[in-house]
Design a protein around this ligand. Structure first.
Ligand SMILES: Cc1ncc(COP(=O)(O)O)c(C=O)c1O
Length: 414
C-alpha cells in the first residue's frame, strides 16, 4: 500500500486538538546567510519536543478495540518512545516500551512522565537492536501491536501532517522543503502530501554523512545495512531504512544530500546562540543542509523542518568541539620535544601565532630518551591562521605530526 495525500489529511484530522500544530517561523539569520527566504517548521516546540507524536498517535488511534485492549509495544532510544508514551496517555492504550541500557536517565524520566500509568518502561539490552528484539518477543508473546518508528504506512501518514500544516501556514506553497532523514518516515510522509498537493515544491532529504542509509539504499537498489554507523546525530542515525520509506523515495525521487556531523554542530550552535533555539543534532540537519550547494535559485522560499529539540546539555562540549574541527579552527598534533630546558618556550615563541590558543597539552618526561612526545590541541582564531602555523612547524627543528580526524587518537581526544 502507498500513502496518499488523503491518508495524510485524514491523519491530520485525527491529530487535531491532540497533537500540537507547531509554528512556522521565518529565519532572518538563515535567509541572510543563504540568500533564500528561509522558514523553520518548529517541531522542537511539540510537547514531546519532536514530530514523533504525530506518527505514533495516528497509528495508535486507528487500532481496533481488541488491539487497544492488547496494548502496543516499541523499542527506541529516544524520541519515538516519547511519541508513543504521549499517544498512549492520550488514547488510554497500554504500552511496553523497550529502551537499551545506553538510554540517558533524563530520557527515561521524560518517557515515564509522558506515559504515566499507561506505560511500562523496560530498560534492557546493550544496543537498540537488543531492545528491538525484546519488543518483538513481547509482541509475539502477548499480541501487543508493534508501533514502528518509520516503516509503517500509519506512522508515515502521521509524520506527513507536518507538510499539510506548513502548506496551510504559508500564503503560497514553498519552492522547497528540507527534511531530516533517519529511517525515512518523515520524508516519506512529506513526499506523499506534497507530491499531490504541491507538486512544484522540491523536497530535499538531509541525511547525516556518517549514517547515510537512504543514499546507500538508493545505490544498492534496496535497503541495506550500513557497515559502519556514526551515532552522533542520534535521532537520525539509522543503520537501515525501511522498505515502505525506501519505496516512497523511489516513487517520488526527492533530492538527497548528506550533512557532515560537524556542520550540523555549527548550525546547532548558531540556532542556540543567535536564535535562542535548542535543537538536537537531528533537529539541526535540515537547516544545516542549507549551507551545502542545493542548487536553489536566489530568493527561493524554503521550509526546513527543525524536527526535534531533545538535547542533553552535557552534549554541548562535544558539539562545540566538532563545530570547531569542522570549521578548521581546532587541530591536534603530536610534537616531539627535545627533553631539554627551553624546548617548550621555543615552541611557544617560534611556532605558535599570537592568537593561537593551546587547549590541550599532554606530556610526560621520559628518562633515557632524547625526545618526548606531547599531544597538543590548538584552537585558531581564523581558518587562515592554519597554513602559516603548518609552515612554522615545518621550519622548526621539532618533529610535528598532525593527528588526522580519521585516526583513533583523534577520536580519543574528542
Ligand atoms: C529529531 C529527529 N529528527 C529526525 C528523525 C529522523 O526520522 P525518520 O526515521 O522519520 O526519518 C528522528 C528520528 O527519530 C528524530 O528524532
Amino acid at each position: 500500500m502507498t500513502v496518499s495525500a488523503q491518508d495524510v489529511e485524514d491523519a491530520a484530522a485525527r491529530l487535531s486538538g491532540v497533537v500540537g500544530r507547531t509554528p512556522l517561523h521565518r529565519s532572518p539569520r538563515l535567509s541572510a546567510l543563504t540568500g533564500l527566504d528561509v522558514w523553520l517548521k518548529r517541531e522542537d516546540l511539540q510537547e514531546v519536543r519532536s514530530y514523533k507524536a504525530r506518527g505514533a498517535y495516528n497509528l495508535i488511534s486507528r487500532l481496533s478495540a481488541d488491539e487497544r485492549a492488547a496494548g502496543v509495544t516499541c523499542a527506541s532510544a529516544g524520541n519515538h518512545a516519547q511519541g508513543v508514551a504521549f499517544a498512549c496517555a492520550r488514547t488510554g492504550v497500554h504500552a511496553r516500551i523497550h529502551l537499551p541500557r545506553t538510554t540517558p536517565r533524563q530520557k527515561r524520566a521524560r518517557i515515564a512522565l509522558l506515559g504515566g500509568d499507561f506505560v511500562d518502561v523496560v530498560v534492557d539490552g546493550d544496543t537498540y537492536d537488543d531492545a528491538a528484539a525484546l519488543s518483538h518477543a513481547y509482541a509475539v508473546e502477548t499480541g501487543a501491536t508493534p508501533v514502528p518508528a518509520f516503516d509503517d504506512d500509519r506512522t508515515v501518514a502521521g509524520q506527513g501532517t507536518v507538510a499539510a500544516e506548513l502548506l496551510d501556514q504559508l500564503p503560497q506553497p514553498p519552492d522547497a522543503v528540507v527534511v531530516p532523514v533517519g529511517g525515512g518516515g518523515l520524508l516519506a510522509g512529506v513526499l506523499a502530501l506534497l507530491a499531490e498537493r504541491s507538486p512544484t515544491t522540491t523536497v530535499i532529504g538531509a541525511e547525516p554523512a556518517g549514517a547515510a542509509s537512504m543514499a546507500a539504499a538508493l545505490d544498492a537498489g534496496g535497503p541495506v545495512d550500513l557497515p559502519t554507523l556514526d551515532g552522533f546525530i542520534d535521532g537520525a542515525a539509522v543503520r537501515r531504512v525501511g522498505t515502505t520509506t525506501y519505496d516512497a523515495v523511489l516513487r517520488h525521487r526527492p533530492r538527497m544530500t548528506t550533512v557532515p556531523e560537524g556542520l550540523a554542530c555549527v548550525e546547532m550552535l548558531d540556532l542556540y546562540q543567535s536564535d535562542g533555539i535548542i535543537a538536537e543534532p537531528a533537529g539541526a540537519l535540515a537547516p544545516a543542509a542549507l549551507r551545502l550547494p542545493l542548487d536553489l535559485a536566489a530568493g527561493s522560499s524554503v521550509v526546513c523542518v527543525l524536527s526535534g529539540g531533545n538535547n542533553d546539555v552535557s552534549r554541548y562540549a562535544e558539539v562545540v568541539e566538532r563545530a570547531l574541527v569542522h570549521e578548521g579552527l581546532k587541530h591536534y598534533f603530536l610534537v616531539d620535544f627535545p627533553q631539554e630546558p627551553g624546548a617548550l618556550r621555543r615552541f611557544l615563541d617560534e611556532v605558535l601565532g599570537p592568537d593561537d590558543d593551546i587547549t590541550l597539552f599532554e606530556y610526560v618526561k621520559r628518562s633515557n630518551r632524547e625526545t618526548g612526545p606531547a599531544l597538543v590541541g590548538l584552537e585558531l582564531q581564523r581558518r587562515e591562521d592554519y597554513e602559516p602555523l603548518l609552515r612554522r612547524m615545518a621550519d622548526s627543528a621539532l618533529r610535528v605530526e598532525l593527528v588526522e580526524p580519521s585516526s583513533p587518537l583523534f577520536r580519543f581526544v574528542q
